[in-house]
Design a binder for this molecule. Structure first.
Ligand SMILES: Cc1cc2nc3c(=O)[nH]c(=O)nc-3n(C[C@H](O)[C@H](O)[C@H](O)COP(=O)(O)O)c2cc1C
Length: 340
C-alpha cells in the first residue's frame, strides 16, 4: 500500500507534514541542506530578534554620533557600512543562500514584543525570498501594572503591523500562557493570519549554586511535551476557519507523534529537539515511522488522518478540557500503583 503524505500548510504544498522548526540546525546552510535531503517538508529559520535589531541600530547611531563629535568634516564622514553589517544583514544573506539551494519552502522568523522599526525586516525577509514568515510572540507577563487585555492588545497590534508589511503567508507562534487562549487565537487569526504554531517553548533560567548566577538553560524536550499542543490543537481546530493552518511544535520526536498531531487536526508537526539529539537525518526515521503506522492502520493519506481525533470528532469532547482533570488524577490511584 502506498501512503500519500502530502499536506498543505499556510497555503503551501508540502511533501509531508514533517517540518524542521527554528533552531541552530536550520540556521546553517549545511544543516538546512541535510534536513531537506532527509525529507524535511519545509524549513523554518531561527528567529531574528527585535533586541538584536535594536542593538544593531543603537551601535550604528553611536558610531555616527562619535564621528560628528570628532571631525569638523563629520557630515561627509560615513563609517564603512560593512563594519556595521550586523545581524540583520547576515540573517537576510543566510536566508537568500538557503533559499537559493532549497527546493522546499523556507520560512523566515521574527521574534518581537513591542511594535517598532524592526517590522521593516518582515518586508526585507519577503524580498529576500522567504516563502512565508513566522512571527514568534515570546513575552513574560511579569509587570504587575499591565493587564492581560493590554498585553494582548499589544500583541494584536504587532501582528497586524506585520500582516500589513508582507503579502507572503504569515504564521504566528504563540505561547500557551494566554489567559483566554481560544479567544486570543481567534482574534489573531481574524487579522488575516494564515496559521498558528503551537507552542513556543519557554526556556526557564536556572540558578547556579556555586556562583549564584541566574543561568540560561536550554533543555531539549521529551515526548510528554506534545500533550499540550495536542490538546489545544484538538480544541482550536473545530473553532477556527478551515483556511487557518495549525502547526504542532513541542515534543514531536517520532512518527507516531506526528500521527497524534495530525489526528487532532495539525497540518504539520514541527520538530527540533529530536533533530538536535539525533542529527538532521532523523527526519527520515520520523517519516518512516509515520509511513509504517499509516500502512499498518490502513490510512492511505494524511488528509484522511487529519482531524480524525479532534474535539469535534471524538465521542467525549470534554476529554480535552478540564472536566477530565478529576479522572486524570483519580487514574493514578488504581490498585496496581503502590507507594515505593
Ligand atoms: C537551541 C534551540 C534554539 C531555538 N531557536 C528558536 C528560534 O530562534 N525561534 C523560535 O521560534 N524557536 C526556536 N526554538 C524552538 C523550537 O523551534 C521548537 O519550537 C521547540 O524546541 C519545541 O520543539 P521540540 O520539542 O521539537 O524541540 C529553539 C529551540 C532550541 C532547542
Amino acid at each position: 500500500m502506498t501512503v500519500d503524505l502530502r499536506t498543505r500548510y499556510l497555503g503551501l504544498d508540502l511533501r509531508s507534514p514533517i517540518v524542521a522548526s527554528a533552531s541552530p540546525l536550520t540556521g546553517e546552510e549545511d544543516g538546512a541542506a541535510r534536513l531537506e535531503d532527509a525529507g524535511a517538508a519545509a524549513i523554518v529559520l531561527p528567529s531574528l530578534f527585535e533586541e538584536e535589531i535594536l542593538a544593531e541600530e543603537l551601535q550604528l547611531d553611536r558610531a555616527l554620533d562619535a564621528g560628528t563629535e570628532q571631525f569638523a568634516e563629520a557630515l561627509d564622514y560615513f563609517p564603512d557600512y560593512a563594519s556595521f553589517a550586523g545581524v540583520g544583514d547576515r540573517y537576510l544573506e543566510l536566508l537568500r543562500r538557503i533559499k537559493a539551494r532549497a527546493s522546499v519552502p523556507v520560512v523566515a522568523s521574527l521574534n518581537a514584543t513591542t511594535i517598532g522599526g524592526w517590522v521593516r525586516y518582515a518586508t526585507l525577509m519577503q524580498e529576500a525570498g522567504a516563502d512565508a514568515l513566522e512571527v514568534n510572540l515570546y513575552r513574560l507577563a511579569a509587570d504587575p501594572r499591565r493587564t492581560a487585555a493590554e498585553l494582548e492588545a499589544i500583541d494584536l497590534e504587532l501582528v497586524g503591523a506585520v500582516r500589513s508589511a508582507v503579502t507572503i503567508p504569515l504564521a504566528v507562534k504563540l505561547s500557551p500562557y494566554y489567559t483566554a487562549l481560544a479567544g486570543f487565537a481567534g482574534r489573531v487569526t481574524s487579522l488575516g493570519v494564515d496559521g498558528l504554531v503551537l507552542f513556543n517553548r519557554f526556556y526557564q533560567p536556572d540558578l547556579d549554586l556555586d556562583t549564584l548566577d541566574v543561568v540560561p538553560r536550554v533543555e531539549l524536550s521529551g515526548p510528554a511535551e506534545l500533550r499540550l499542543p495536542m490538546r489545544w490543537i484538538a480544541i482550536l481546530r473545530p473553532q477556527l476557519p478551515a483556511s487557518v493552518s495549525l502547526a504542532a511544535t513541542s515534543g514531536v520526536q517520532t512518527g507516531t507523534d506526528v500521527v497524534k498531531a495530525v489526528m487532532v487536526g495539525a497540518d504539520v508537526a514541527m520538530t527540533t529537539s529530536a533533530l538536535l539529539r539525533h542529527g538532521p537525518e532523523h527526519v527520515r526515521t520520523i517519516e518512516n515511522g509515520l509511513r509504517s503506522w499509516m500502512e499498518e492502520h490502513e490510512y492511505t493519506s494524511v488528509t484522511q488522518l487529519r482531524g480524525s481525533a479532534n474535539q469535534a470528532a471524538v465521542t467525549d469532547p470534554s476529554a480535552f478540557e478540564r472536566a477530565n482533570y478529576m479522572n486524570v488524577l483519580h487514574s493514578w490511584a488504581t490498585p496496581d500503583r503502590r507507594l515505593p
